[in-house]
Design a protein around this ligand. Structure first.
Ligand code: ADP
Length: 270
């Protein structure tokens, strides 16, 4: 019961001529599925050994007293690198899950003010006072979506804004109305991104500045995750940035994705 997957292309010539082309992409599709499954399996298999490694490193961390400084430095480098590997494996796993299953099972109306506030606190911990991070909520309707996925999308955007802006910058997390529905924005007034990079920014492991990004603690998968989360919520990502003028990442959600504000419990009579 082999499924056949065809891709059609219609080309118009003048007013009344059409060219229809059909291409059999069954094999290509199968290969793509194999690639996804492979990445998911490898990431999954890497988790256990990494957990064991981290466990040992944590134990040794408590026993370093009196050891030669070179060994202590080595241990702490090993700890840093295993954490980095764990983040990478977790992001790869998340990305494959987003690609493989349809999602939608856990969709519910989300209180965006609470969600943004909670992401703000996490971003503030990462920023450690280097940036000023604020939340603006101008839209009362709630977004219907997966809390876990939406949180991971906003976090990735907010953490990027913290990682790639210099000290003293401002970062704003915003939920506001949009002509097509509502939008979630993460804006910073940092150095911005050269427009030549914008079309490729959401590709896996695409980085503007290799060295700086690797040192920043990112995995190179952040914006790819954002893109997939948005696809699953019928939303699109717009990136607006100019060098020297900061960056604005806007996620536009259609009206069909919005729910009325949560009912406020009536004040109890005195
Ligand atoms: P990572 O941050 O792990 O490298 P991402 O996919 O999250 O991967 O981001 C891709 C690249 O986009 C980053 O390496 C960085 O160069 C650039 N970038 C993302 N957000 C910003 C921002 N707010 N300001 C400037 N550059 C950014």
């Amino acid at each position: 019961d082999e499924r056949l997957i065809l891709q059609f292309q219609i080309t118009l010539y003048g007013d009344d001529e059409r060219l229809l082309m059909a291409r059999d992409i069954t094999r290509l599709h199968r290969l793509e599925e194999m690639r996804r499954d492979f990445v998911a399996n490898v990431s999954h298999e890497l988790r256990t050994p990494l957990t064991v490694l981290t466990g040992y490193l944590e134990t040794y961390h408590d026993l370093v007293e009196g050891l030669p400084p070179r060994l202590v430095r080595g241990l702490s480098r090993m700890q840093e690198q295993t954490t980095r590997m764990q983040n990478l494996v977790n992001d790869l796993l998340l990305l494959s899950r987003l690609e493989i299953d349809q999602g939608g099972d856990d969709h519910a109306p989300l209180a965006m003010d609470t969600l943004l506030e909670s992401v703000r606190r996490d971003a503030e911990a990462l920023s450690a006072g280097r940036q000023r991070i604020t939340v603006e909520v101008e839209e009362t309707r709630r977004l219907i979506g997966s809390e876990q996925e939406i949180r991971s999308a906003i976090s990735n955007l907010a953490f990027n804004a913290v990682r790639y802006t210099p000290e003293g910058c401002r970062v704003t997390l915003r939920w506001r109305p949009h002509p097509q529905g509502a939008c979630l924005e993460v804006e910073d007034d940092g150095d911005g991104i050269d427009p030549v990079h914008l079309p490729r920014l959401t590709e896996r492991f695409y980085r503007v500045d290799k060295g700086r990004s690797a040192a920043s603690g990112g995995t190179g998968l952040g914006l790819a995750i954002v893109k997939h989360v948005l696809l699953r919520h019928d939303a699109r990502l717009e990136i607006d940035s100019r060098p020297g003028h900061g960056a604005l990442f806007r996620c536009v959600f259609p009206a069909a994705r919005l729910a009325a504000p949560a009912a406020v419990a009536p004040a109890s009579p005195r």
